[in-house]
Design a protein around this ligand. Structure first.
Ligand code: FES
Length: 318
């Protein structure tokens, strides 16, 4: 049997900075100030909060800064409670478990220009990429940030503003620009990314219709509703390491069935957008419904919060 990989590490809240209205910026470090596992520009981490609450946030600092993870969190009173816990209960010096960083943008040499379009706190997925691009100087980039009033995370934006990489569109004083007018008309050597409210993402999807997948990056805060499939059938999960068999009833999520069977799976969004519940599969035919895995990654992995099975038995690497 393979040893279970390390999936979480212990960090300490080194400091908490004000990130503007309703936003706090948390700096997390190793308790003994060792280097932290590396991350790619645009990567995410899960924070493991008390009560088995797991929440996913974008890393906001330059990946070259290997001694801390920086996340910016907006307090969302109507959210699922994770941001409220972080704002109201977490203090400097507290211990927080975090996942290993995952995902991120492929900022390769073939792309000579990057354009990021963000709404409000939706700027956070692009901050580490912007810091990386500014430091390496290899490609031109522009970050369009739409806000109502004061922009969030002003401290993190300041160096980018100073170098002219950020354009702030304050929709209190001017009309919101068309997303299509901010990005190139046809795909060329430009990569574009978007994170913001649903309406902005829909405009962005419209503006980039027909672009190659590898040149378009979308970050979602709100999971899409799981499609109801009236033909869904029950199936069995076979866990290759423990040799357990877990029955999944029609309409039940794989995640729910695994949790019912006592299997501990980290999960944050429960809607196929954060990447925290990824599991490798070995045999069978999964039905993928997530928005995070690439076609190549789907050949190896699935997201148990939304995936189903087209075969009676599906073997997982668990
Ligand atoms: S919990 Fe977020 S993708 Fe499954």
């Amino acid at each position: 049997m393979k040893a279970a990989p390390i999936t979480t590490i212990k960090t300490i809240v080194e400091k908490i900075d004000d990130g503007g209205p309703d936003v706090k910026v948390f700096s997390l470090v190793d308790p003994d100030r060792w280097e932290l596992p590396p991350f790619r520009p645009g990567a995410h981490i899960d924070l493991h909060l008390p009560g088995k609450v797991v929440r996913t946030y974008s890393l906001c600092n330059d990946p070259a800064e290997n001694s801390r993870y920086v996340v910016a969190v907006k307090r969302e009173p109507s959210g699922r409670g994770g941001s409220i816990r972080l704002h109201d209960d977490v203090r400097q010096g507290d211990t927080i478990g975090v996942s290993l960083p995952r995902g991120g943008l492929q900022l390769d040499n073939k792309v000579s220009r990057f354009t990021f379009v963000a709404g409000g706190i939706g700027v956070t997925p692009f901050l580490s990429a912007a810091a990386y691009l500014m430091r390496t100087g290899g490609a031109d980039f522009r970050l369009h940030l739409m806000v109502r009033g004061e922009p969030p995370v002003a401290g993190l934006l300041a160096p980018l503003l100073q170098k002219g990489h950020v354009v702030i569109h304050n929709t209190v004083t001017a009309a919101r620009p068309e997303v299509a007018s901010l990005i190139g008309r046809t795909p060329s050597d430009e990569m574009v990314g978007c994170c913001g409210p649903q309406g902005m993402i829909e405009d962005f999807e419209q503006a980039t219709r027909g672009w190659p997948d590898e040149l378009v990056h979308i970050e979602r805060f709100v999971p899409l509703a799981r499609p109801l499939d009236p033909n869904e059938k029950p199936y069995t999960l076979v866990l290759s390491r423990s040799r357990l068999e877990v029955a999944v009833t029609a309409g039940q999520t794989m995640l729910a069935a695994l949790i019912d069977a006592g299997i501990d799976i980290p999960a944050s969004c429960c809607g196929g957008i954060c990447g925290s519940c990824k599991v490798d599969w070995l045999q069978g035919e999964p039905v993928h419904r997530d928005r995070v895995l690439s076609p190549a990654e789907r050949g190896k992995s699935l997201m148990v919060c939304v995936a189903g099975s087209a075969t009676d038995r599906l073997i997982l690497d668990l």
